[in-house]
Design a protein around this ligand. Structure first.
Ligand code: TRP
Length: 356
């Protein structure tokens, strides 16, 4: 059996931070060596909770693409593609929505949590409520067998597989493949202030593009143990953000354990562990920042990468859409591959964006 196809992605709402690096980017850099991997710049999904700020969603596309390339996503090994330019995903979403109920969408734990966190109340954008079906379209359109996501996204994969089984039942044969979530062992990296979620909007993140001074400032204000007032006092390691970050970024595991033991016993000051962490983060981010700045000056190259990746993704996703349309047995006025051409005769059978 060949390795399964991988699909994962990010909502484009702003530049990525070191939480993304620890939780997913460095994993993707590894996986691209062994797997066919697609990375989706999920701009239409970003709209589901950012419709009032389309400019933010648009501008973040290039920011996230720069982050990918700067950390070492290799476009020769991973396919980077733009969701809004893959019409087959929208078409599959519409079909899938007929195979889920509103009640089931409302019961999805990810959706429930996010509705609460965003304070939507009853004013939930319909696109937001339905995004599990759209994400199922993303995953199945690429025939992904493996989907690396954070633990919070696991219910979306479960719901994807429910849709897969329903579509396959309706087709009378396995047109779609079920997917498995690949969840990182280490939990989510907390924000520098100690809040559970590091977020672009929360002001508690260290961006991959952070300057050396920004990194220093973030480490300086990092939450430790508020009860650890003097170096001689015993300190707490649990809930201490510096140690969470050392766990994530210090390769010398034995060294981290030794530091923890000394900190717990008393005699190790916050300034020492912060110094240590700062050195590690500066060394990690300096080459990423330099490469990112270089790429930002080569906008044409970055756009070429996105065009090529999106073009390839259009073909793959269109094939799956055709198989689903055929499999379901909808009335066929013309061959499924003609549907897009019919809708867009000017494009002469090519996809619109290639003419933009
Ligand atoms: N929902 C994911 C996130 O918020 C982004 C995403 C969109 C995604 N489509 C996907 C992830 C498909 C995995 C597979 O991070």
């Amino acid at each position: 059996m060949p390795n399964p196809v991988i699909l994962t992605g990010d909502r484009t709402t702003g530049p990525l931070h070191i939480g993304h690096y620890a939780g997913s980017l460095r994993n993707r850099i590894r996986l691209q060596e062994t797997h066919e991997q697609y990375l989706l710049l999920a701009d239409t999904q970003a709209l589901t909770d950012n419709a009032s700020d389309v400019a933010k969603v648009r501008d973040a596309v290039l920011e996230v693409a720069l982050d990918y390339l700067a950390v070492g996503i290799d476009p020769a090994k991973s396919t980077i593609c733009l969701q809004s330019h893959l019409p087959a995903l929208a078409e599959l979403s519409m079909l899938y929505l007929n195979f889920v109920t509103v009640a089931r969408l409302e019961r999805n734990p990810t959706i429930k949590d996010e509705i609460r966190a965003r304070g939507f109340g009853r004013d939930i954008p319909a696109g937001f409520l339905c995004y599990p079906a759209a994400q199922a379209a993303d995953i199945t359109a690429f025939r992904a067998g493996l989907v690396p996501v954070g633990a919070d996204q696991a219910p979306l994969i479960e719901q994807t597989n429910e849709i897969v089984r329903r579509i396959n039942a309706a087709c009378g044969r396995p047109v779609l493949v079920e997917a498995e979530a690949l969840i990182p062992e280490a939990g989510r990296l907390p924000g520098v202030d100690g809040r559970a979620k590091m977020s672009k909007s929360g002001g508690n993140a260290i961006r991959l593009s952070a300057s050396a001074d920004e990194i220093s400032a973030a480490v300086r204000r990092m939450f430790t143990d508020p009860g650890h007032l003097r170096a001689e006092d015993p300190g707490r390691v649990e809930g201490n953000v510096v140690f969470d970050y050392l766990d994530a970024f210090e390769e010398d595991r034995a060294e981290v354990e030794a530091l923890k033991a000394r900190y717990r016993a008393g005699g190790l000051g916050d300034s020492v562990i912060k110094r240590r962490l700062e050195d590690i983060l500066q060394a990690l981010l300096a080459p990423i920042r330099a490469r990112r700045a270089e790429l930002a000056r080569e906008r044409g190259y970055v756009l070429d990468v996105l065009r090529a990746g999106t073009h390839k993704a259009q073909a793959v996703t269109r094939d799956t859409r055709n198989e689903v349309v055929t499999g379901l047995g909808l009335f066929r006025l013309c061959a499924p591959e003609m549907v897009a051409k019919e809708a867009n005769p000017d494009a002469g059978g090519k996809d619109l964006f290639t003419h933009a």
